[in-house]
Design a protein around this ligand. Structure first.
Ligand SMILES: [Zn+2]
Length: 94
């Protein structure tokens, strides 16, 4: 079987960074910051977005450029904020 660890989902890389950034910001300080909730927010966001797989560094750079448009950034931000609120209402651990 082919090695699949070299498949990179660029959407996932971006979302992981953005969720970490949001959760540590002032606006979301009242939401749970534990690893379980952070992972759940990332998973919820990624399930609502198209994935963008690449197989090498050059494709990765091209993907970052393609995803860095106002429209894409806006879509990602609203999907993440929605996920933060969804998980915040029903945390993984009560
Ligand atoms: Zn939590």
């Amino acid at each position: 079987m082919v090695e699949t660890k070299l498949l990179i989902n660029v959407t996932e890389e971006i979302v992981v960074g953005l969720v970490g950034f949001y959760l540590r910001g002032v606006e979301y300080q009242t939401f749970c910051h534990c690893d379980k909730c952070e992972r759940k927010i990332i998973a919820t966001t990624l399930n609502a977005m198209p994935s963008y797989y690449v197989t090498n560094e050059q494709e990765r750079n091209e993907a970052f450029a393609k995803l860095n448009t106002d429209e894409q950034v806006e879509f990602m931000n609203s999907t993440i904020i929605h996920a933060i609120h969804t998980v915040g209402k029903a945390p993984n651990h009560l």
